[in-house]
Design a protein around this ligand. Structure first.
Ligand code: ARG
Length: 606
């Protein structure tokens, strides 16, 4: 409990001094500064507590309260209400904190409203407008650290199903969040491009393959071949025998068995890359099961054998993980060919050797919980120190995704269908529709937003039902609503050209905003954005960011009627008009940032 008359944070030298707190970074989050102010006022009154300790205990308040401190968490000898009284007795309102009230063992704080507006808006402005890349909401917590995020990972020649779509959406979100927090991110796509099914496709390609069709749409054609040969294999067991032989030749590196496969892979990657681009999804590395070396798998198996964990069952090798309640699993087939599990083991080892990551995340459906737990466990048993940095980000099922016609779904179909459904939806409002400049492009973008928002809206572990109608309305908390909110707040600037350019922040009178509760609500939300990003980094949940974007959109539309800009211009009160405009521009920037974090493209017009 120390006091100091000089501030640890020179950017706030015009305000009462703040002591240094190691975990705080007021230069990227004004709320950190407010939290320090609260913590230091408590620490001053309670000699047993340090500012650092109290800082950890400053939480968001419930409705109508900015911040709350729950005193019992500090486990002091005296009763919380005794501590509370001391704090109240010592409290002096200043330019950081307006007031404190005690309620049982809780202390509720209100921030100084004038400071709130001025500092939050200034920070957004500095970090957004004066830099090439908008920086508000970003931080350097991950600086110097490297994370591999593996996501999407579809199987070539099989359907790109909803499971892959979810992995793609959630994975890209995580990739954005880690980058925003200063991590070096390696976005990795681990294709299902190896395994017995490629022997099957090879056999099928000899019978049904067409180079022509392959060029037009490799993904679709290979899938067609796969479906046909599968049906045949059902009737004739010989087909599978032939397929296994073929795959064995591939595993043995027989070039004649590999030429076609190489082409399929290349064409599929090309096609996927295009489709991902339409979704704002990008990868640094396309790898796949085929790329995992034999040696790393063999070495891992040899070590497991030495450790006495492997048993031979009719020529196949089995690992016993019953001790960890992870069942038994085959790690090597009878004919010596590798399998999914073993490739993941070898793949992880190779990735560490190559990238020396600090952390590796696998975004894979919860249906594969056991698989992931098994290979994580094996890597731990092999005593790789980095095995504990692996993390499985899982998610629930999506029910009922198909196009409206109900046909098999490919990624390209979903993207197209999203655009079509949205286009139909927009046509319902003839007047609005006619004002749209680029209806096709716009509806595609909103359609994609609809699909993504529906996917990221709830906790990822929840299942949900894919519903075109519900996700594409403009009412309720949907993707289209978000886009609409962004368009509307963007239009303010266009509609008031006489206010441009706005003067520098120091010349905008933000005190004209302080008496409007609706405006204050916006300012609080804007101030909380850096925390929203940090929480997403911890929880790996996109839903918190979706909720934030929805709340901000609601707050903006709630302010609309009471805080007009044009009305002030018409009245001739330009000072007030400018202050309001600045608030909306800041809200637009932060809403846009949160949407981009979700991999959406915020629209300016629709
Ligand atoms: N390709 C797999 C599938 O579609 C998903 C791969 C997940 N990642 C992994 N490292 N196993 O089921």
């Amino acid at each position: 409990a120390t006091t100091s008359s000089t501030t640890a944070y020179p950017i706030f030298s015009h305000l009462p001094p703040l002591p240094q707190v190691s975990k705080a970074d007021p230069a990227s989050s004004v709320f950190d500064a407010f939290r320090i102010a609260i913590a230091s006022s408590i620490a001053k009154a309670v000699p047993d507590l340090t500012v650092e300790q109290v800082y950890e205990g400053v939480d968001y308040g419930k409705k109508g309260v900015d911040f709350t401190v729950a005193l019992p968490r500090f486990r002091l000898k005296e009763k919380p209400d005794v501590t509370g009284k001391k704090v109240l007795a010592e409290f002096k309102a200043d330019e950081w904190i307006e007031s404190v009230v005690a309620q049982g063992p809780f202390l509720h704080y209100q921030l100084n409203t004038a400071t709130l507006f001025r500092e939050v808006l200034t920070q957004i402005h500095q970090l957004t407008n004066e830099t090439e890349k908008p920086l508000y909401g970003t931080s350097k917590i991950g600086e110097g650290k490297k994370v591999i995020i593996e996501y999407s990972s579809p199987n070539i020649a099989k359907q790109f199903h909803v499971g892959h779509l979810r992995s793609t959406i959630i994975g890209q979100f995580l990739s954005n969040v880690y980058s925003a927090c200063g991590w070096e991110v390696i976005a990795m796509n681990y294709l299902g491009d190896w395994g017995t099914q490629f022997g099957l496709i090879a056999v099928g390609f000899e019978r049904y393959g067409s180079e022509e069709a392959l060029k037009v749409d490799a993904i679709k054609h290979l899938y067609d071949v796969y479906v046909k040969i599968n049906a045949e294999a059902e009737k004739d067991p010989e087909v599978r025998v032939e397929a296994a032989k073929w795959f064995k030749r591939m595993e043995d590196g027989d070039e004649t068995a590999l030429v076609n496969w190489r082409k399929w892979r290349e064409l599929s990657v090309k096609k996927y890359t295009e489709e991902y681009a339409a979704l704002n999804v990008r990868f640094d590395v396309y790898t796949g099961e085929s790329q995992v070396g034999k040696e790393s798998q063999a070495q891992a198996l040899a070590r497991l054998e030495e450790m006495g964990l492997i048993s031979d069952v009719e020529g196949a090798k089995l690992i016993d993980l019953e001790k960890w309640k992870l069942q038994k699993a085959v790690v090597r087939k009878k004919d010596g060919t590798s399998i999914y599990l073993t490739r993941d083991i070898g793949g992880a080892i190779e990735r560490y050797e190559k990238y020396k990551f600090d952390k590796m995340i696998y975004v894979v459906a919860s249906q594969q919980d056991l698989h992931l737990a098994q290979f994580f466990k094996v890597l731990q048993l092999l005593e790789y120190p980095w095995a504990n940095t692996l993390e499985h980000v899982n998610y629930g099922l999506v029910q009922g995704m198909s196009t409206r016609k109900g046909t098999a779904v490919f990624l390209a179909d979903i993207i197209r269908e999203a655009g079509n459904v949205m286009h139909d939806q927009m046509k319902k409002n003839k007047e609005k529709y006619e004002a749209v400049e680029d209806p096709e492009g716009t509806s595609k973008e909103i359609g994609i937003t609809a699909v993504k928002v529906q996917d990221m809206q709830a906790k990822r572990i929840n299942n949900y039902v894919f519903n075109w109608d519900r996700m594409t309305t403009f009412e309720g908390d949907t993707g289209p609503y978000l886009q609409y909110a962004h368009v509307r707040v963007s239009s303010i600037s266009r509609k008031n050209p006489s206010l441009h350019p706005l003067p520098p922040p120091s010349q905008i009178n933000t005190s004209l905003l302080t008496s409007h509760p609706k405006a204050r609500e916006i300012a609080i939300l804007l101030g909380s954005y850096p925390d929203v990003v940090k929480t997403a980094l911890k929880t790996h949940e996109p839903s918190g960011v979706v909720t934030f974007a929805m709340r901000l959109s609601h707050a903006i539309s709630g302010a609309w009627d009471v805080l007009g800009v044009k009305s002030e211009v018409d009245k001739g009160d330009l000072e007030s008009a400018r202050a309001r405009m600045w608030l909306y521009l800041s809200a637009r920037d932060v809403l846009g940032a949160s949407m981009r974090l979700l991999s959406l493209t915020p629209l300016e017009r629709m």
